[in-house]
Design a protein around this ligand. Sequence first.
Ligand code: ZN
Length: 130
Amino acid sequence: MPRRRCRRFFSEFPAYPGIVEFTPEELEALRLSDIEGLTQIEAAERMGVSQPTFHRILKEARRKASIAVVGGASINVFGDISRVVVCRECGYSWKIPFSAELGAVSCPKCGKILNFEFRGRRRRRGRHWD
Ligand SMILES: [Zn+2]
């Protein structure tokens, strides 16, 4: 039988009402580092910036993401950027505005309804928050 989990201590979570706005660079830094798992050197190269600059962009992006997740702030994105959607049925890809709802979208080519789901690594180890 595993050892009993030690007691953890939490502060009260402060609320950060308002909106945090991400720049496209910050979203790209989060994506390359935290979703694709690149090193800072690899990611900096892809973005065409130095590693220290990448680090500064990433640090600010993570701070904003934390404010949104922990503090409940809303998220907005600067500028006119879009996401690429790929149909799992026919492979057709098209762009949608970043701000578009990601609920269910139908493929303009084959009409298949695509439901978005989280496709990252899911690791569940034991219970949390106890
Ligand atoms: Zn399709």
